[in-house]
Design a protein around this ligand. Structure first.
Ligand SMILES: Cc1cc2nc3c(=O)[nH]c(=O)nc-3n(C[C@H](O)[C@H](O)[C@H](O)COP(=O)(O)OP(=O)(O)OC[C@H]3O[C@@H](n4cnc5c(N)ncnc54)[C@H](O)[C@@H]3O)c2cc1C
Length: 394
C-alpha cells in the first residue's frame, strides 16, 4: 500500500506545522501528555488562540464557524497539532468533539444557533453527564429521573465521574423519562444549565495532581423542554452516535508518535551501566517494538480515513482504535517512566523536579484511565466480537 499526500496537502501540512511551532506558548507545551489536563485558565486562553485563527473546529462546516477541512485535511491537522506538543483542549473534546456534531445531526435550528457559536468561541464549557453510580458499562441502567411538569422536566438523581463539571457551564445528559419498557427505551437526551437551582457539584479527589471529575446531584431541578435533543425516549440512539465520535477521537495519534521522540530524548539523557540508556540493546528493542506498533495504528487510522472520505460514517470499528490506541498509549507511558531512570520513580517530591519528570509521572498516572473512559477495553472487545466479527453471544 502506498500512502502519500497530494502537493496541496503537503503544503497544508507545512503551514499547520509552522503555525503550531510559532504559536504554541512554551509554558503550555507538553502539558497534556498521557491525558493530563491543562489548567483551566491557560486552557481557555489556548482555546481562544485557536478560535481566532479559525482552527478550533477543523471538522466543522464553515457556515458554523468551523475550518471546513476535508477528512484528509482534518487528519493532517490533528496529527500535526498533537505531534507539535501543543496542549489538547478538553473544552473541545466534549463540546465540539461530541455534542456539536450531534446537534448538527439531531438538534433543532434554534439549538444549533443558540449553543454552537459559544462552544466555538470558548465562552461556554460543557461536560458529559452519562455515568451514574450503578450505570457505567451498563449505561442503560441509568436512573436519574426526569418527570414532565408543564413546559419543564423536573430532574432528581445523581451523575458521577463527570469530567470538568466543576468548571463547566452546561451539561448534556441522559435521563430516564420512562421506566415502563426495556431499559434502553425511555431514555432522553437533555441539555442542562449547571447554574440551575438544585444542582450540587462535588469534585472527586484522584491520584492525579488535579480533581479530574465530579459527582453531580440533582434535586428538583427544572429544565425547559426546549432543551430536549431529538424526541423524548430517543436518547439511547443519540448516545450511541455520540460515543462513536468519542471513541474515534479518543486519543491523538500524533501525540503518541511525539511521545516516542520524548522517550528517545529521555533515554539519551539517562545513563545505564555507564552508557546512555538509548545504547542498551534491551531498551532499544522495546522502543523499536513500540514505534512499529504506533505506526501500525497510524496506518489503521489512515484506512478508516479513506473509508470516511468515500462517505461511510464511523462504525463499530471505532472500538478497535479505542482498545488498541489506549493500551498502546499506556505502554508508551510505561516506557517513558523507564527512560527517566530513577527520576521516573519520583512521586512525592515533584515540586523539586523539572517539568519533564512531572509530566512523565503524571502522564503515566493519567494514562491508566484511558482504558476505562469512553467505554472500557472489555466492553470494546465485546463490541468488536459481536458487531465487527459477528461472533455469537453466549
Ligand atoms: C478519567 C475518566 C473520566 C470520565 N469522564 C466521564 C464523563 O465526563 N462523563 C461520564 O458520563 N462518565 C465519565 N467517566 C466514566 C466512564 O465512562 C465509566 O467509568 C466507564 O463507563 C466504566 O463504568 P464504571 O466506572 O461504572 O465501571 P463498571 O461498569 O462497574 O466496570 C468495572 C469493571 O468491570 C468490567 N465490566 C463491566 N461490565 C462488563 C461486561 N459486560 N463484560 C466484561 N467486563 C465488564 C469493566 O470493563 C471494568 O473493568 C469517566 C471515567 C474516567 C476514568
Amino acid at each position: 500500500m502506498k500512502v502519500s499526500y497530494s502537493s496541496d496537502e503537503e503544503k497544508f501540512r507545512e503551514e499547520v506545522r509552522e503555525w503550531f511551532r510559532v504559536n504554541t506558548p512554551p509554558e503550555v507545551k507538553d502539558q497534556t501528555l498521557g491525558g493530563s489536563s491543562l489548567n483551566h485558565d491557560p486552557m481557555i486562553k489556548w482555546h481562544k488562540t485557536l478560535y481566532e485563527k479559525g482552527w478550533v473546529a477543523p471538522e466543522f462546516p464553515k457556515e458554523f464557524g468551523g475550518a471546513g477541512f476535508s477528512d484528509t485535511e482534518q487528519f493532517i491537522f490533528n496529527y500535526e497539532y498533537s505531534h507539535s506538543g501543543a496542549p489538547r483542549l478538553k473544552t473541545k473534546l466534549v463540546s465540539l468533539g461530541m455534542l456539536a456534531p450531534l446537534l448538527l445531526q439531531f438538534g433543532t435550528k434554534e439549538q444549533q444557533e443558540r449553543f454552537i457559536p459559544d462552544m466555538l468561541a470558548g465562552k461556554t464549557i460543557w461536560c458529559q453527564g452519562f455515568s451514574e453510580p450503578n450505570a457505567g458499562s451498563d449505561l442503560a441502567s441509568l436512573k436519574l429521573k426526569a418527570v414532565s411538569d408543564g413546559d419543564d422536566f423536573v430532574l432528581n438523581g445523581q451523575k458521577t465521574w463527570t469530567s470538568m463539571a466543576d468548571h463547566a457551564d452546561w451539561v448534556f445528559m441522559l435521563v430516564r423519562t420512562d421506566s415502563s419498557g426495556r431499559k434502553q427505551q425511555g431514555i432522553s437526551f437533555l441539555l442542562v444549565d449547571l447554574t440551575s437551582p438544585g444542582i450540587t457539584i462535588r469534585p472527586i479527589e484522584a491520584l492525579t495532581d488535579y480533581a479530574p471529575f465530579c459527582e453531580v446531584f440533582f434535586d428538583d431541578v427544572r429544565v425547559p423542554k426546549e432543551n430536549l435533543v431529538g424526541k423524548e425516549g430517543e436518547g439511547w440512539k443519540l448516545a450511541g452516535a455520540l460515543l462513536q465520535h468519542e471513541r474515534l477521537n479518543a486519543f491523538p495519534i500524533g501525540e503518541l508518535i511525539y511521545s516516542i521522540d520524548t522517550i528517545r530524548k529521555n533515554a539519551e539523557k539517562n545513563r545505564y551501566r555507564g552508557k546512555p540508556l538509548i545504547e542498551d540493546p534491551g531498551f532499544r528493542k522495546k522502543l523499536a517494538a513500540l514505534e512499529v506498533d504506533c505506526n501500525s495504528l497510524l496506518y489503521t487510522f489512515l484506512r478508516i480515513l479513506s473509508q470516511l472520505s468515500v462517505g461511510s460514517a464511523p462504525g463499530p470499528e471505532a472500538s478497535f482504535l479505542k482498545v488498541y490506541g489506549s493500551e498502546l498509549y499506556q505502554r508508551v507511558m510505561d516506557l517513558n517512566i523507564e527512560a527517566m531512570g530513577p527520576c521516573g520513580q519520583s512521586w512525592y517530591n515533584l515540586e523539586a523536579l523539572d517539568n519533564s519528570v512531572h509530566q512523565a509521572t503524571m502522564g503515566w498516572v493519567n494514562s491508566r484511565s484511558l482504558t476505562i473512559w469512553g467505554g472500557s477495553s472489555e466492553i470494546q472487545r465485546t463490541i468488536i466480537a459481536t458487531q465487527v466479527l459477528k461472533l455469537p453471544r453466549k
